[in-house]
Design a protein around this ligand. Structure first.
Ligand SMILES: C[S@@+](CC[C@H](N)C(=O)[O-])C[C@H]1O[C@@H](n2cnc3c(N)ncnc32)[C@H](O)[C@@H]1O
Length: 393
C-alpha cells in the first residue's frame, strides 16, 4: 500500500473508533476485509490509528473539529498538521488517496497555543485535576509523556535465563534490548520489537512481554520460597507468572471471568512454572500472600491503551472504585494472620490508590500498611501504584 492509501485506511478505521467501537477490533475486522494489506501495512495503519488516539484532542483542534465530535478525516488532517506535513501531497487525486481538501478544510488556521491546556495535553477536561492532584508539578510532563508511544519491555524469566543470556538469544533473532533500571528483570527493546513474539527467546520462555513498572511491583512484594500465593485478579497471568519466576511458591490464579485465564496454562508451561487456577468456592483462606491487581481506569497506561482515556466517565470511575473496595473486602479474609495483602493498579488517581487504601484500613483494623508507591510514567514504563498491607490479627 502507498503511504496515502494507509492514511485513507486510518481515516476509515478512525471513523468507526470515534463512534465508540473498540480500536483493536476495528483494526482486526479491517485487516480481514483487506487481505492485500501486508503485515507492514497493518502495522503502519495501527500506528497511525493509535498515535491519533493518544493525541486526539490536539489533532481534532488542528484538524478544525474544535471541541465538537470529530471525523476520522479531521483527525488525520490534524495529525499531519502536527508534523508540519504538506497536506496537498496526501489529500490529493492520487489513487487510494483521501480526496483533496475542501475550501472549508483549507481555511482553518488553527493555533494549538491558543487551545485550552487540556487540549494541548490531550486530556479530557475532568481528568486534568485528577492528574494534578496526584502528580502536582509533574502532571504536565506525565501527560506529555502519555502523548507518545510506550516502550516495549521484556521480563527475563529468572528460572530459565539471565539478562545477558536472554539478550544474546534475542540478538540471534535481530532483537536488541537493554537492561532497564525499573526492575532487575526488565529489558527495554531498542530494535526489532515486532519480532519478539516469533523469537526463540520468547517461544522457549526465556522472556515474557511485560511492562517494566509491572515488574517493579512484583520486585516489591515480600515473596519467599514455599509461600502459598494467590493472584486474585489474574487475567492473562502476567503478574502470577512474574511471581512464579521470582520464587518457588505454591501459586494459584483466580479471575471472576475464568475465560480471561485461558492463556495462563500455555504461558506457564513455556516459562517452566506451575500455576493452578481456582474458582472462588475452591480457594483456601490461609494464603501467605494475596495479590489483587484490580480493574482500574488505566490512567497510568494511556500511552499504551489510549482509547481508555476517552471512554472513561465519572460514573465509570465511581463504579471502578466501588469494585476495587469490594475486591479488597473479598480478599481480606483469604490472607492468613501475619500474611500479606498486595494491591495494585495501573492508575495514577488518588481515588483508586491512596484513598482506596486509607478507606480499607479504616474498615479493616487488622491490617497495617507496610509500603506503598506510585510508579510514574516518567520512570520509563507505564504508571502504576501498589500497596503492601500486613494482616496483624
Ligand atoms: C488489571 S486486570 C489483571 C491483569 C493481570 N493481573 C496481569 O498482570 O496480566 C484485572 C482483572 O480483574 C478481573 N476482575 C474483575 N472483577 C473481579 C472480581 N470481583 N474478582 C476477581 N477478579 C476480578 C478482571 O476480569 C481482570 O481480568
Amino acid at each position: 500500500m502507498t503511504p496515502v492509501a494507509r492514511i485513507s485506511a486510518a481515516i476509515e478505521i478512525l471513523d468507526d473508533v470515534l463512534i465508540g467501537e473498540n480500536a483493536e477490533r476495528v483494526l482486526t475486522t479491517w485487516a480481514r476485509g483487506h487481505r492485500f494489506a501486508g503485515s507492514k501495512d497493518r502495522a503502519a495503519i495501527r500506528d497511525l490509528v493509535f498515535d491519533a488516539l493518544r493525541c486526539l484532542r490536539s489533532y481534532c483542534w488542528l484538524g478544525g473539529a474544535g471541541l465538537g465530535r470529530p471525523s476520522g478525516r479531521q483527525v488525520m488532517i490534524g495529525a499531519l498538521r502536527a508534523t508540519g506535513a504538506d497536506l496537498d501531497t496526501v489529500f490529493c487525486e492520487a489513487r487510494f488517496a483521501p480526496r483533496p481538501l475542501t475550501e472549508e478544510e483549507r481555511a482553518v488556521v488553527p493555533d494549538l497555543e491558543g487551545a485550552p491546556q487540556a487540549v494541548q495535553l490531550d486530556c479530557p477536561d475532568w481528568l486534568l485535576p485528577l492528574y494534578e492532584a496526584t502528580l502536582s508539578e509533574t502532571a504536565v510532563a506525565v501527560l506529555e509523556r502519555m502523548r507518545t508511544r510506550s516502550g516495549v519491555f521484556l521480563r527475563v524469566n529468572a528460572r530459565k535465563s539471565t539478562l545477558g543470556h536472554a539478550m544474546e538469544h534475542l540478538e540471534n533473532d535481530g532483537i536488541e534490548a537493554v537492561p532497564h533500571p525499573l526492575s532487575e528483570t526488565a529489558l527495554k527493546v531498542t530494535k526489532g520489537a515486532r519480532a519478539v513474539a516469533r523469537s526463540q527467546a520468547y517461544l522457549t520462555g526465556l522472556v515474557e512481554l511485560q511492562d517494566a513498572g509491572s515488574q517493579a511491583i512484583i520486585d516489591a512484594l515480600p515473596l519467599e520460597d514455599g509461600m502459598r500465593v494467590l493472584d486474585y485478579c489474574a487475567g492473562g497471568g502476567g503478574k502470577a507468572l512474574a511471581m512464579g519466576a521470582r520464587v518457588d511458591v505454591d501459586l494459584t490464579a483466580h479471575d471472576v471471568d475464568p475465560a480471561r485465564m485461558q492463556d495462563i496454562a500455555p504461558r506457564a508451561s513455556r516459562a517452566g512454572i506451575k500455576v493452578l487456577t481456582a474458582r472462588k468456592a475452591d480457594m483456601a483462606s490461609d494464603y501467605d500472600l494475596v495479590l489483587c491487581d484490580v480493574p482500574c481506569s488505566g490512567s497510568g497506561a494511556y500511552a499504551r491503551s489510549p482509547q481508555g482515556k476517552w471512554a472513561l466517565t465519572p460514573v465509570r470511575l465511581e463504579q471502578l472504585t466501588g469494585l476495587q473496595s469490594q475486591i479488597l473486602d473479598e480478599v481480606a479474609p483469604l490472607v492468613r494472620s501475619g500474611g500479606v495483602l498486595a494491591y495494585a493498579t495501573c492508575s495514577l488517581f488518588q481515588a483508586e490508590n491512596t484513598a482506596q487504601i486509607e478507606a480499607f484500613l479504616d474498615r479493616h483494623s487488622g491490617f497495617t500498611l507496610e509500603a506503598q508507591r506510585l510508579i510514574s510514567p516518567l520512570e520509563g514504563g507505564d504508571g502504576f501504584f501498589y500497596a503492601v498491607l500486613r494482616r496483624t490479627v
